[in-house]
Design a protein around this ligand. Structure first.
Ligand SMILES: Nc1ncnc2c1ncn2[C@@H]1O[C@H](COP(=O)(O)OP(=O)(O)OP(=O)(O)O)[C@@H](O)[C@H]1O
Ligand SMILES: [Mg+2]
Length: 360
């Protein structure tokens, strides 16, 4: 299917502030640019303002101050119907009494698009989404994944400038989610419609995104490629938010660039001005074999979880929980273990502002 590429544009959110009923700001002076054809994923805890942000882009919610631009034009006062933005929600409501074909074409009929044009678009879209054989069926005669595909089709058929997704897959079972996730990315690679996608699911975020935005209480914590967000988290919040199991975090006093981790002194590879830091270590960065430039720590094992190709060791040291992810075979009855933590694999965050302390 050919989507008219001239119609596509990018999105520029400038210093947007939003509150409801003059209460505390939900979105706090947020600025964000989405490039043409980009797939941007927003993640963040419940209530941080993800849906509010999408709804403001769509025009379903007013903004208190700031500007939203599409293709260089300020759209603050453009009504939702004239923004040419399509939105796919978690609860995609198809019309139950209409068959798939009618569900797809309904919006176009309302816009007075000629019949022949509608027929072509329905044909193209249903081929693209592989729902050609389902056109005569009612939504109740479809599986969850098929219904979700129809909902996507209904959004795409309008040839929108921008696609907004608000947790579109969260009602589906795990297998279907994976399948739909791959389909959405493939579809995006074909159509290249500028997309903003909200999800709770980290794997969805990592696999779908060109760039990820981590939102925390209406403020952007970090914007970056999936690799940057995972490997170079700029704050304690981002480091804790991305990664399953999450990063191990310990507070440590620092003196002369030497930290104290569970009674073991460790010379840090950074100049630390604070006298206290958070040390972060990803579960997969902990070694079970002796390794250079590392400290050796004994952990008490609470439980070993075998996941097939790898195991998770849930342990504790001095009553601090500690998780290790390993490919090595672990005996489930093991009570304790020595592990090795490497200096260069540690993330250090200031205990004051919780920002990453970079290597010089
Ligand atoms: N219409 C409204 N009136 C008042 N407060 C609202 C309204 N809609 C949302 N809020 C509040 O704004 C904040 C952000 O809500 P929002 O729905 O954007 O969060 P979210 O990040 O999408 O969360 P979730 O992941 O749970 O969907 C919440 O504290 C919510 O209670
Ligand atoms: Mg939401």
């Amino acid at each position: 299917m050919e989507i008219n590429r001239k119609k596509m544009s990018y999105l520029n959110i400038k210093n947007v502030i939003k509150n409801y009923n003059n209460e505390d700001n939900i979105i706090k002076n947020l600025s964000l640019k989405v490039e043409k054809g980009e797939f941007l994923v927003i993640v963040g805890p419940s209530g941080c303002g993800k849906s509010t942000l999408l709804r403001m882009i769509a025009g379903l919610e007013d903004i208190n101050s700031g500007e939203i631009e599409i293709n260089g034009k300020i759209i603050n006062n453009v009504p939702p119907a004239d923004r040419n933005i399509a939105m796919v929600f978690q609860n995609y409501a198809l019309y139950p009494h209409m068959n798939v074909e009618k569900n797809l074409s309904y919006g176009l009929k309302n816009r007075k698009i000629p019949k022949a044009e509608i027929a072509t678009r329905v044909k193209d879209i249903s081929k693209l989404l592989q729902i050609e054989d389902l056109l005569k069926r009612k939504p109740s005669e479809l599986s969850g994944g098929q219904r979700q595909r129809v909902a996507m089709g209904r959004a795409i058929i309008r040839e929108p400038k921008i696609f907004l997704f608000d947790e579109p897959l969260s009602n589906l079972d795990a297998k279907l989610r994976t399948q739909m996730r791959i389909e959405i990315r493939k579809l995006h690679d074909k159509l290249k419609i500028t997309s903003v996608y909200v999800t709770h699911d980290q794997i969805e975020a990592m696999t779908l995104a060109d760039r990820i935005v981590v939102l925390n209480s209406g403020i952007i914590e970090q914007v970056g490629t999936p690799d940057e967000i995972y490997h170079e988290p700029q704050s304690l919040f981002v480091s804790k938010f991305m990664g399953t199991p999450p990063m191990n975090i310990f507070k440590s006093k620092v003196y002369d660039n030497v930290a104290n981790l569970f009674g073991k002194e460790m010379k840090l590879d950074r100049n630390i001005n604070d006298n206290e830091v958070y040390i972060g270590i990803r579960p997969e960065d902990i070694y079970l074999e002796p390794i250079e430039n590392s400290i050796k720590i004994e952990i008490n094992i609470d439980m070993v979880e075998k996941l097939g190709s790898e195991s998770l060791i849930y342990a504790n040291i001095d009553n601090h929980n500690f998780i290790v992810k390993t490919n090595e075979k672990i005996n489930k009855s093991l009570k304790s273990l020595y592990v090795y933590i490497k200096n260069e694999k540690m993330y250090l965050f200031s205990a004051k502002d919780e920002k990453l302390i970079k290597k010089q």
